[in-house]
Design a protein around this ligand. Structure first.
Ligand SMILES: [Zn+2]
Length: 167
């Protein structure tokens, strides 16, 4: 037992990959059991809780300081953090790309938490909620995140656009 855990501890990324695999199975089971529409509410709540876990690494005064920065600056800081956190929500950092600007765009290629099979609807409510919670806490409370293309719709990637109500 000790030997096994020592062996795995020496292989970076194994824990994150296992967690992502378990997460993917949970997402598909939720959609298979309840249907993609009914599953989206609980999956979004799970995404908000996952964001809260990530936010615990950033003290509240620092979160408030970032919200007061120019939006382009705080967005750039969040995108850098998202690239570091990518193994937690995209299984591997190379799957995740992001761009800033007035309307930031987040892309997950071959999204492991999505569905390869057509579902006839966008299904990535967990990612929408995760990204939206992080943008609201670290950039601006009026941030909104919407998935605009999705593997489950036959699109090549899951793409999320960030907008701000005040714009
Ligand atoms: Zn998707």
């Amino acid at each position: 037992m000790l030997r096994a855990s020592t062996h795995h501890a020496g292989t970076p990324g194994n824990g994150a990959q296992l967690a992502a695999m378990q997460l993917a199975g949970m997402h598909r089971a939720m959609r298979d059991t309840f249907g993609p529409q009914a599953a989206s509410g609980p999956l979004a709540e799970a995404g908000r809780r996952a964001a809260a876990e990530l936010l615990r690494t950033i003290p509240l005064p620092e979160q408030a300081r970032r919200r007061r920065l120019p939006r382009a600056v705080s967005t750039r800081m969040l995108l850098a953090a998202l690239r570091r956190w990518a193994p937690r929500f995209a299984a591997a950092d190379r799957r995740f790309t992001a761009s800033g600007g007035a309307k930031p765009v987040l892309i997950i290629a071959a999204n492991p938490l999505c569905d390869e099979r057509p579902r006839g609807t966008r299904v990535c409510a967990w990612h929408e909620a995760l990204f939206e919670t992080l943008f609201q806490a670290l950039v601006s409370p009026d941030a909104r995140v919407r998935e605009v293309t999705c593997l489950a719709l036959g699109d090549p990637e899951c793409r999320f656009e960030v907008t701000f109500d005040a714009d």
